[in-house]
Design a protein around this ligand. Structure first.
Ligand code: GUN
Ligand code: ZN
Length: 438
């Protein structure tokens, strides 16, 4: 077993913080260390204690004065949309039809999918994101490219071949039968290979016929442990169109409920305009609403009611995500910076501990993967992000007057981006510094 000792300031969450002063919600060690072996955190604690327990002559990597945290987790993005980002559109449906669908058609070409997959994983690592939940395109080749690259890098990834059989260009449509066969093939080829997880991925109700939704329902009952991902209640016109397509449903959420798609492994992107009834249905089934701040602002979709969803009598589980390419930044720091502003506009606060909890343990809990990722607990995978609050001249100047951990986190979130990521470890391997060297 090759072991490494990684030294620095450690921060990891035990649970969601209740207030900015809730120091019991996290573990902070000002001179800490992690003993890593076989890609797993073996010991975590004060440097002196961890060093004493480590084998003689162990390799030490000293990241002081930087902060070592669990790798960031992004619970919703689209890997075939790297070249859709920054497309000028008035709203969601125009953006999808004008830019996104034509771009995704290109993923019929295996070579294109493989090229973008390399860029995608490089970018995740550059940004300190070690787990992402991704939509591939409708083409099985795109899922193959995504999971092959993830396996090569030994990353913990969730992904799915998109199912869509109407209301999109011909080159982006499957059929109910094809979507069943190809999703099954993706599961057989990739689920559980390395650290890969396959998600059942009907894009959204507008692009699936009732027959395809029946297929999604069958897949969920055949594979009840798999994640499910789709979009819900992002845009007013989308909601109206969905209700026209499914007139028998009580509302948008009920479309998915009727096909058995709600549940604790189900992630619903956006959920901005849910009614009380819909939020109750989400809560009762343990479904997760995914907050995508930069995308919601960019597409003018609306302000995600984070507090209204989490503070209600029947709380809804939430997570945070970039939603690339509707989103405008790969950085989870930037994503939470925009989340903060969305709450400000609603007269609410998002304290920096909340934000860093959400990017790490919170998102791991949303994915039901907290036993493996999202913390610095011994026994979990050594996926880490190392953060420098003085990464740019402007940050360094501001850092001179930082005098608490809360201030440091808030500075990182507000002014930081990929430049603040000193190193990203994937299963104990320094991945950012070796980008391009593989
Ligand atoms: N709804 C259906 N597909 C998409 C997508 O690709 N991005 C966003 N933001 N919303 C969607
Ligand atoms: Zn999306």
């Amino acid at each position: 077993m090759t072991s490494t000792l990684i030294r620095g300031r450690l921060l990891s969450f035990n649970r969601a913080p209740q207030t900015i002063d809730d120091s019991a919600a996290y573990f902070y060690e000002s001179d800490g260390a992690l003993l890593i072996g076989d890609g797993v955190i073996k010991t975590s604690g004060p440097y002196g204690v961890v060093k004493a327990a480590a084998p003689d002559g162990i390799t030490e990597i000293d990241h002081r004065p930087h902060l070592i945290m669990p790798g960031f987790i992004d619970t919703h993005l689209h890997f075939p949309q790297m070249q859709v980002m920054a497309s000028y559109a008035a709203n969601l449906l125009e953006w999808l039809n004008t830019y996104t669908f034509p771009e995704e058609c290109r993923f019929v070409e295996t070579a294109h999918a493989e090229r973008i997959a390399v860029h995608f994983f490089d970018e995740m690592i550059r940004q300190g994101t070690t787990t992402a939940t991704a939509y591939c395109s409708v083409h099985k080749a795109s899922a193959d490219a995504f999971f092959a690259e993830s396996l090569k890098r030994n990353m913990c990834m969730v992904g799915g071949k998109v199912m869509m059989d109407r209301n999109a260009p011909q080159g982006l449509l499957d059929t109910p039968d094809m979507s069943y066969d190809e999703t099954r093939a993706v599961i057989a080829d990739w689920h559980g290979k390395g650290r890969n997880h396959v998600a059942i991925t009907p894009r959204f109700a507008i692009t699936s016929t009732p027959e395809q939704m029946e297929v999604a329902k069958s897949l969920v009952s055949e594979f009840p442990d798999l994640h499910v991902q789709t979009h819900l209640s992002e845009n007013r016109d989308e909601i109206t169109f969905t209700c026209e397509l499914y007139p028998e449903a009580k509302d948008y959420t009920d479309v998915y409920a009727r096909y058995g798609l709600l549940g604790p492994k189900s992630l619903f992107g956006h959920c901005i305009h849910l009614s009380d009834r819909e939020a109750d249905a989400m809560s009762e089934t343990g479904s997760v609403a995914v907050f995508c701040p930069t995308s919601n602002l960019f597409l003018g979709s609306g302000l995600f009611p984070l507090r209204a969803l989490t503070r209600r009598q029947k709380p809804v589980r939430v997570s945070v995500a970039s939603d690339i390419g509707g989103g405008t930044s790969y950085s989870m720091l930037k994503t939470l910076d925009e989340a903060y502003k969305i709450l400000q506009l609603q007269g609410e606060r998002l304290n920096p501990f909340d934000s860093f909890y959400l990017m790490t343990r919170g998102n791991a809990e949303a994915l039901s993967l907290v036993e493996r990722i999202g913390t610095l607990e011994p026994g979990t995978d050594a996926d880490l992000t190392v953060l420098n609050m003085a990464a740019t001249p402007a940050m360094a100047l501001r850092a001179e007057v930082v005098n608490s951990l809360a201030d440091e986190l808030f500075l990182l979130q507000t002014m930081g981006d990929d430049r603040a990521i000193v190193e990203t470890y994937v299963a104990g391997r320094p991945a950012k510094s070796s980008l391009g060297a593989d």
